[in-house]
Write a protein that binds this ligand. Structure first.
Ligand code: C5P
Length: 231
């Protein structure tokens, strides 16, 4: 049996990947399957949490006992997160949010017209939902968790970039996935390192099922939510 160490806690998890409309039939999207977010929802619920899963374009069966809120684009994901995360114990942003969206998404299909050439697609930046949820205020969840898929390069390792992102976003925990070897997307297994803003030692999760990574996140989360709420 799983420890009921999240009993009575309200946890809001985003999963999947946003789709930013170009016209009524087309979108800019990404390869996120939603598996990691769904695994988190499954494990958190099994450990007693009341889970709201904000799900963007996922074709998986919802975990039992979990409340699912469906969204499509980044702005709808943000609205749902802000609504459900207000006063929650924890939020986990496992969704892949499009950084940019088309400025114009008209009601009519973009047409291919002879002699006109390809259309230019103008983009505008989407809000950073994680950074917004991390901002101090009366509605801020006690623990805010982000995910980051990172690659290393000549200037730093994936962990260097993860630490930098943790500070920039203002979240409490950041799960860093290495993606430079093609792992993580659309597969059942994942590996990662959980970084903490308070200087606690990083927790390494070896390559394995996404439910195991989810359990490791819950292991770090649960003690941070035990005890009375801070004033
Ligand atoms: O900056 P980057 O996209 O790598 O950060 C990843 C983390 O930030 C994830 O937790 C993702 O859900 C979140 N994010 C967000 N809003 C965005 C972009 C990313 O909440 N516009």
């Amino acid at each position: 049996a799983l420890p009921p160490d999240l009993a009575g806690r309200r946890v809001v998890i985003s999963a999947g990947g946003t789709r930013e409309p170009l016209d009524p039939v087309r979108f800019l999207g990404n390869r996120s399957s939603g598996r990691q977010g769904y695994a988190l929802a499954l494990v958190a619920a099994a450990r007693g949490a009341a889970v709201t899963l904000v799900s963007a374009n996922v074709s998986l069966a919802p975990p039992p006992g979990v409340r699912v809120v469906e969204v499509t684009d980044a702005r709808a994901l943000q609205a749902a997160m802000v609504e459900h995360a207000a006063g929650a114990d924890a939020v986990v942003m496992a969704a892949a949010v499009a950084d940019f969206r088309p400025v114009h998404a008209g009601p009519t299909k973009i047409k291919k017209r002879a002699g006109q050439g390809p259309p230019a697609i103008e983009l505008v930046e989407n809000p950073d939902i994680l950074a917004g949820l991390s901002r101090p205020g009366p509605d801020r969840p006690r623990v805010v968790v982000g995910f980051a898929a990172e690659t290393g390069d000549a200037h730093g390792t994936p962990l260097d970039y993860g630490r930098d992102k943790l500070a920039r976003k203002g979240c409490d925990l950041l799960v860093v996935n290495r993606v430079d070897d093609g792992r993580a997307f659309e597969v059942a297994d994942n590996a990662g390192v959980i970084l903490a803003a308070d200087g606690s030692a990083p927790v390494e999760i070896p390559f394995g099922p996404k439910t195991v990574l989810a359990a490791a996140v819950c292991d770090v989360l649960a003690p941070r939510l035990s005890g009375p709420e801070p004033p």
